[in-house]
Design a protein around this ligand. Structure first.
Ligand code: PLP
Ligand SMILES: N[C@@H](CCOP(=O)(O)O)C(=O)O
Length: 434
């Protein structure tokens, strides 16, 4: 796989370089030079294949020139040890549950794949790596779990103080070992900015082999495309066109879906659904991209004011907004609308949505209402509702069952290092953590 930078100021790299480097030196994002189309026969038989078989075919088409087939098979089988079922919620409305992994969020797919792929590349080369990751709640814990105890790898997580849920914070701060959590006195955007700055700082990069585990790293996006194919395979028997609604923040998840579409997956439309941090819906609707400070919402993991995958999304459409609009509509919702959706769906069906999934549900409903389409609508449930019990229990007036992997964290001791919202503080931490 050859990858270029969206800023076009640095030479192309192969997959291995892109994975370890994370961010190109010109501050762009790595993009595959060629996105292969899968053969028609694959889509004809897709509903007869397992999740692992589908992922294997997709992955082989993307990275098979650099990673041997046998290795891809073993990576995919190791990563996909849990399901991603499509479940009916209402007439024409289905949910793709992406929260059955170890940290109960869709990030488990990306983080586990990245950890496995890096280990494969590192077998041939001995070097120590520092993974730097900014999180608004879910990426950090998935990455920490994915890299826990991996020899030669240290993980530093930056999370915004008091802006993640209590259980998310437990997940970030209780692992210890090779994982360090930095509690930043700022927003997620501040954490993301500091991480990006570290990749461009020559003193840091000359002393530390830094790598990113955010969706700026291409190896996060590849596995995030697998479940779009698998969801389509599950929905194929319904015989209708398929629309996906993706609750979005940094736009890595939807970007992976758009890559799946480029590979030939017949998706009729994507709905990019956000909370009040509506930078991308505004961009899609007006053509103006204006990053702004994020605001706190009940779908906290989507509180992003400068969506990092914007350059990739526009690159996929040759920077032609009208071409993008043919595939993607943008919708945004307030906390009141989100809470009302959680409540009404629970009352009508018994299904408990988390606030992020609820934003996706709202986007799908609105799109169907305005388009009048008779299609299979699938919204992505990106996290388990128990990760946000303080919000969800209040809305549905009932206690959500807490899965065992969260329950066991409740009494664990949290450990984090508080740092100011100042890049120099991160830099001195990194240089002393060597
Ligand atoms: C639960 C949840 N939903 C949605 C999102 C948004 O996904 P993305 O940043 O890929 O748009 C995130 C964070 O990434 C998340 O943790
Ligand atoms: N919502 C994310 C923010 C980071 O997103 P990423 O997909 O770009 O790594 C989170 O939960 O941390």
């Amino acid at each position: 796989m050859k990858l270029y930078s969206t800023n076009h100021q640095v030479p192309e790299v192969n997959l291995k370089e892109a994975v370890f480097k994370g961010l190109p030196d010109d501050n762009g994002l790595y993009m595959p030079e060629n996105i292969p189309t899968l053969p028609a026969s694959f889509f004809e038989n897709i509903d007869t294949l397992s999740f692992q078989d589908i992922a294997f075919e997709v992955c082989k088409a993307l990275i098979g020139d650099e990673v041997p087939e046998k290795e891809i098979r073993s990576i995919v089988d190791d990563v996909l040890t849990f399901d991603a079922p499509v479940v009916k919620v209402e007439n024409n409305i289905y949910v793709l549950e992406l929260f059955h992994g170890p940290t109960l969020a869709f990030k488990d797919f990306g983080a586990r794949f990245m950890a496995r792929l890096m280990s494969y590349f590192l077998q041939k080369e001995k070097k120590d790596i520092m993974i730097l990751v900014a999180t608004s709640g879910d990426t950090g814990s998935a990455v920490a779990q994915g890299f826990l105890d991996k020899a030669g790898i240290k993980v530093t997580i930056l999370y915004p103080s008091k802006k993640v849920s209590d259980l998310q914070e437990k997940q970030l701060t209780t692992l210890g070992k090779n994982i360090t959590a930095l509690e930043v006195l700022g927003t997620f955007d501040d954490c993301q900015r500091m991480v990006k700055q570290a990749f461009l700082d020559k003193e840091i990069t000359s002393k530390i082999n830094l790598s990113s585990a955010n969706s700026i790293n291409i190896s996060r996006l590849i596995p995030q495309s697998f479940y779009y194919f698998y969801a389509y395979a599950q929905a194929k028997k319904l015989g209708k066109k398929v629309v996906f609604s993706v609750p979005s923040g940094n736009f890595g998840n939807i970007c992976a879906g758009l890559i799946a579409k480029k590979m030939g997956l017949p998706i009729d439309m994507f709905v990019a659904s956000t909370n009040a941090n509506d930078i991308m819906p505004k961009y899609i609707n007006t053509g103006v991209f204006e990053a702004k400070p994020s605001v706190a919402t009940i779908s906290n993991a989507m509180d992003v004011g400068n969506p990092s995958n914007y350059p990739r999304v526009i690159e996929l459409y040759g920077k032609d907004i009208n071409a993008l609009r043919k595939d993607v509509v943008g919708k945004a919702y307030t906390d009141e609308e989100t809470a009302a959706a959680v409540k009404s769906v629970y009352k009508a069906t018994g299904y408990v949505m988390d606030p992020h999934g609820a934003v996706g549900y709202l986007g799908l409903k609105e799109y169907f209402e305005e388009s009048g389409k008779d299609a299979t609508g699938i919204f992505l449930a990106t996290a388990h509702p128990a990760k946000f019990i303080e919000v969800v229990n209040d809305i549905i007036e009932k206690d959500v069952e807490i899965p065992a992997q969260l329950k066991e964290l409740i009494n664990k001791k949290q450990e984090s290092i508080v740092i100011e919202n100042d890049f120099e503080k991160l830099k001195s931490f990194l240089l002393t953590a060597l």
